[in-house]
Design a protein around this ligand. Structure first.
Ligand code: ADP
Ligand code: GN1
Ligand code: MG
Length: 365
């Protein structure tokens, strides 16, 4: 019997301090890395829980990871005026933030009843709110020194590291991938990567500050109420020292795109400028005072950078046989890579238009 049967999941949930009897445990969410379940209590009028199996092939230092999450949730909850919507870990019966059960690692959060995430949206209020929520997240955590957190995945958004990984994967790939179209695709990706090295170079030279950033600012990592107000930022596994460009860029990639992340019809892939305006407005409303002008100056390059990093990561995973991301079908990672590459190209071409928008909202108070 596999670990993910109902019986095993009940045994896992039983390791935590849950007030009430567990009724059902159902798969939940659309994450590419961890396995997430909703724990519903027998008395369904009581709030439920969110159970997660942490992917320990991706997150190698589980102690360091959970230590980060404890520090971040505590800090945010202290800052928040809305404690009801602050993300809260539930301790194990041994008082630990996670449990090791049959060689897998598990944790539980309080379930945020009445809130929902969106995979994509055309509602500009939701886009504004997503930008604003991630901006507030960055601002709130600016009071916590960046070196207090462990780097949960080394070089996570380093373009140089991702290029090296792609070149290695390309060099070691199986014969079946040795097609002219994949070769020309890899070449095009590397050409654009070469044009997007500035942000990292400046950071390495100490000209852009490392802060505590979220590093996975996808739209579906914000929970909203029924009025479209952002109430809670989730998915804290990659919260660690980073650049504001990683957060703003990944937000643009997901919240301001006109297509889903794995759109097969490349002609549908575009940046939606109304959404870009709304996201920038929301983000800068929260961070205007916290950011240095130099950080703001390079925000317009970050959407292309993060889309390209994602294209490289998906392409690399495709070439090594889909070992990192969950896939729904054969070739899924290549479809994702092509979509993200197209998005990166388009955003790169519209850099000066983006600059104008960012400047407008930066100067507006
Ligand atoms: P993954 O790392 O796999 O993306 P997440 O932590 O983002 O996992 O959780 C998956 C989804 O579950 C999120 O997109 C969000 O919709 C939902 N979610 C996460 N945490 C909570 C919570 N505490 N309460 C309610 N829903 C949540
Ligand atoms: C992964 O876990 P999830 O689905 O929120 C990935 C992110 C990517 C994202 C692309 C730890 O995020 O970096 O941006 O997929 N997380 C990790 O959809 O690699
Ligand atoms: Mg997530």
């Amino acid at each position: 019997m596999g670990i993910n049967t109902v019986i095993d999941l009940n045994k896992v949930a039983d390791q935590f301090k849950i007030a009430g009897n567990v009724g059902t445990i159902e798969p939940f969410g659309n994450g590419h890395i961890n396995d997430t379940y909703k724990v519903i209590l027998s008395d369904s009028s009581l709030p439920g829980f969110l159970l997660q199996k942490i992917n320990h092939h991706v997150f190698r230092d589980i102690d360091g990871l959970m230590n980060n999450i404890e520090k971040v949730t505590t800090h945010i909850s202290q800052k928040s005026s809305d404690k009801n919507h602050a993300l809260q870990l539930i301790a194990s019966k041994n008082g630990k933030p996670y449990v090791k059960y049959e060689e897998e690692y598990w944790r539980i959060y309080r379930f945020m009843d009445g809130l929902q995430s969106h995979e994509t949206t055309n509602n500009l209020q939701i886009v504004y709110e997503a930008g604003n929520a991630f901006g507030i997240f960055l601002r709130d955590l600016s009071g916590l020194p960046a070196d207090h957190l462990t780097e949960t995945i080394k070089n996570f958004h380093s373009i140089e590291f991702r290029i090296t990984q792609l070149k290695e994967a390309s060099g070691n790939r199986l014969k079946k991938y040795d097609t002219p179209d994949i070769n020309s695709f890899i070449k095009k990706v590397l050409v654009l990567a070469d044009k997007l090295r500035t942000i990292q170079k400046l950071a390495s030279a100490g000209e852009l500050p490392y802060r505590i950033t979220h590093n996975d600012t996808k739209l579906n990592n914000v929970l909203f109420n029924n009025q479209g107000e952002a109430k809670c930022v989730v998915d804290l596994d990659t919260v660690m020292p980073g650049l504001v460009h990683f957060d703003f860029g990944d937000g643009v990639r997901t919240s301001a795109s006109s297509a889903i992340e794995d759109e097969e019809d490349i002609s549908k892939v575009d940046i939606d400028f109304e959404k870009f305006e709304a996201y920038s407005n929301g983000y800068l409303d929260a961070t205007r005072e916290a950011l240095m002008p130099k950080e703001v100056f390079y925000l317009s390059e970050s959407g292309a950078l993060l889309s390209l990093i994602m294209a490289i990561r998906f392409l690399t995973d495709h070439l090594i046989g889909d070992r990192y991301y969950k896939i729904n079908y054969q070739g899924h990672n290549l479809v994702r890579a092509k979509c993200q590459f197209r998005l990166a190209q388009i955003i790169f071409m519209r850099k000066s238009d983006m600059d104008r928008v960012i400047n407008k909202f930066y100067k507006q108070s």
